[in-house]
Design a protein around this ligand. Sequence first.
Ligand code: 9Z3
Length: 316
Amino acid sequence: MAEPRISSIDGKLAEEFAVPSHVEEVKEKMAAFAEHHAAAGRRVVLITSGGTKVPLESRTVRFLDNFSSGRRGASSAEYFIETGYAVIFLHRHRSLYPYTRMFSTMNMLDALKFRGGDTGEVVVNQQVLPNIAKVLKRYQEVKENRLLLPIEFNTLSEYLHLLKAAAQALSTIGSKAMFYLAAAVSDFYIPASEMPEHKIQSSNGPLQLSMNMVPKILSPLVKDWAPQAFVISFKLETDASILLDKARRALETYRHQAVVANVLDSRRGYVVVVTPETQAELILTEEDEKNEVEIEVRIVSNLTSAHNKFITQQGG
Ligand code: 9Z3
């Protein structure tokens, strides 16, 4: 099927997806962040992370969601910062967040002890919160040096408009920008014009939904909004036998630099980084798992090397 024209995607975005009121303000923030870090000799990566919510009613009671925890994006953000990048972290509200992700499943109050006294002192039990001192120190350094710019989204509409704004904001730093599109974005949505205003009534009987295809935003991102950037998309399948074919097809269609291909159940221990010329399998061994090595450290290392080469080739 022929690729939709860029202009039609721009039009669709404006017509069918509500524009968040703060998009221009966020765009300026992202542009200032990118220019500041590029001037200091740093590369900038825009990471998308987490799932998207697709509302079924305009006064939303119900929505369609997906499995993504945001762990891939949050851990990758930390490894990119360790490699010297500044990170714009475009993430789903309440999905995992860099540094705090390590403690997200615990009950904070179980890790604290009230000592009492005049000051009402509270102390941390470091056995309950292992590594807290190391992680907190790193988090504070990252904050002081403003290496991490967090931007939140909730719905698919917010995600699409904020990604477009990010792409335009980063276009000024050319090949120094990387896009690492790890968010699990819905392929389907109900256009505002077809959405019921009020809560769908179960008294009307079984629910049948008809959903439209979400415009393929990678197309204008690569061709139009940030044409010099180094762009990585992710391909997720549950059937491993079609994964690499789909990854290669995505590269041929969008002509970006790499696809990180993964299967739902094995995504924590196995991915393939596919480029037009190469295919690299990244695998965690049992030994790695014992040592709590995360696959994102390998993904980030592979892609930052490729980004280096890309910048050299572009003469930037
Ligand atoms: C991914 O494939 C990510 O690796 C995961 C990470 C979402 C699987 P978690 O957030 O999981 O750590 O729990 N992201 C992209 C998934 C996606 O929707 N890709 C689209 C597709 O496969 C194309 S861009 O068609």
